[in-house]
Each structure stands twice: as structure tokens, then as C-alpha cells.
Design a protein around this ligand. Structure first.
Ligand code: 5GP
Length: 197
């Protein structure tokens, strides 16, 4: 395969359902690689190191920054989150499409560094629903929930800068919309790998 893959950046506030929507898309899409981020946040119950995140210390994270090993990183509610560069480059070179699930500051950095990346904003149906979802997780303290809500309001204000917006009211519909965006990119002439004879 000679074509390079497309880099998809899926962003939106915490609680918008980025992970759930992506989970559905991955069930039915081949040649799609999920970039596992590094973070200094402590694992939640059920989260597995190397699968959900690479859970590392602040010192380890700062060493990744110094050695230019991250495509982007951001500080979010007192923790670092970042995208390891090498696996992204490797999968794109192999012709796989790559998905980053990241917050909005990081999404903007990726777009500045890789203008050919496709940015998708996943929006919650309302702030009320967003708060219900964050509380429903039952994993965060009241203070963290309030900080995440405050951050979410700021993040949603930036929605207008994004190329694609998927409204996550029903997960199945949102997954279908996101998959359609990926499919549309795969149908672009420059991404097609065949010639008629
Ligand atoms: P959580 O703590 O809920 O797993 O993630 C908090 C926020 O950080 C979410 O919006 C999530 O998408 C984002 N995030 C996860 N990985 C990365 C990353 O590598 N870079 C950036 N900039 N944000 C990330």
C-alpha cells in the first residue's frame, strides 16, 4: 500500500462521550489505529496501563517533552496528557488511519503542526447532560467535576473553529456520523490506491 493514512483528531469536552463513540467506530472499521496517550493522572478503576493510557510520572513526562517525543501535549485539570509521536508516524506510514482522542488545546496544536489532520469535535447535547454524564461515572470528586464543567464550557466556546461537529445525543447516531467522516476521507481521490484498466 503506498498511500499514507489520515490523522483524525477527535476532540470535545470530557464527558461528551468521545471514548464511547470511538469504541463503536472501532468495532466496525479496519486499518484504524488508536493512539494511546501518556498521562500523569492516576489510573481509574478498570483502566489498564498501555491500553487506556501509558500511566507515567511527572518526571517521565517532562523527559518526553524535553526529548521531543510527543506530537502534542497539554495540561488538563492538574495533569499532563500527551500523544507519543513515534507510533503515530509509524502507523500513518503503513497506510493506517490514526485516531487521537484528545482535549481541545492539544487538538489545536496538532492542526498547527499537521495541517492535513482532520479535526472532529464531539459535542454533548447540553451542559446539563454533560454534568449528568460526569457525575454518572462516579469516579471523580466534586471539585474535579466542577473544574471539568468549567473547562467544558470554555472548550465548547471554541467549537466553531473545527471542521466537523458530531452531536452525541444517541451514541449510535454519533458513531455513524464519525464513521461517515472517516469513510469520506478514504474516498478522496488522493487516498485511493487503484487505477482502472
Ligand atoms: P480523562 O482524564 O477523562 O481520561 O481525560 C481528560 C481529557 O484529556 C479528555 O478530554 C481526553 O480526551 C484528554 N486527553 C487524553 N489523552 C490526551 C492527549 O494525549 N493529549 C491531550 N491534549 N489530551 C488528551
Amino acid at each position: 500500500m503506498s498511500r499514507k493514512g489520515t490523522l483524525f483528531v477527535v476532540t470535545g469536552p470530557s464527558g461528551a462521550g468521545k471514548g464511547t463513540v470511538l469504541g463503536k467506530v472501532f468495532e466496525s472499521t479496519d486499518h484504524l489505529y488508536f493512539s494511546v496517550s501518556a498521562t500523569t493522572r492516576a489510573p481509574r478503576e478498570g483502566e489498564v496501563d498501555g491500553v487506556h493510557y501509558h500511566f507515567i510520572t511527572r518526571e517521565q513526562f517532562e523527559s518526553l517533552i524535553e526529548n521531543d517525543r510527543l506530537l502534542e501535549y497539554a495540561e488538563y485539570v492538574n495533569n499532563y496528557y500527551g500523544t507519543p509521536l513515534a507510533p503515530v508516524e509509524e502507523h500513518l506510514a503503513q497506510g493506517d488511519d490514526v485516531v487521537l482522542e484528545i482535549e481541545i488545546q492539544g487538538a489545536r496544536k496538532v492542526k498547527a503542526r499537521r495541517p492535513d489532520a482532520a479535526l472532529v469535535f464531539i459535542a454533548p447535547p447540553s451542559f446539563e447532560e454533560l454534568e449528568n454524564r460526569l457525575r454518572g461515572r462516579g469516579t471523580e470528586s466534586e471539585e474535579t467535576i466542577l473544574r471539568r464543567m468549567e473547562t467544558a464550557r470554555r472548550e465548547c466556546a471554541g467549537m466553531e473553529d473545527f471542521e466537523y461537529i458530531v452531536l452525541n445525543d444517541r451514541v449510535e447516531d454519533a458513531a455513524c456520523e464519525l464513521k461517515s467522516i472517516i469513510t469520506a476521507y478514504r474516498c478522496r481521490r488522493e487516498n485511493r490506491d487503484f487505477s482502472l484498466n
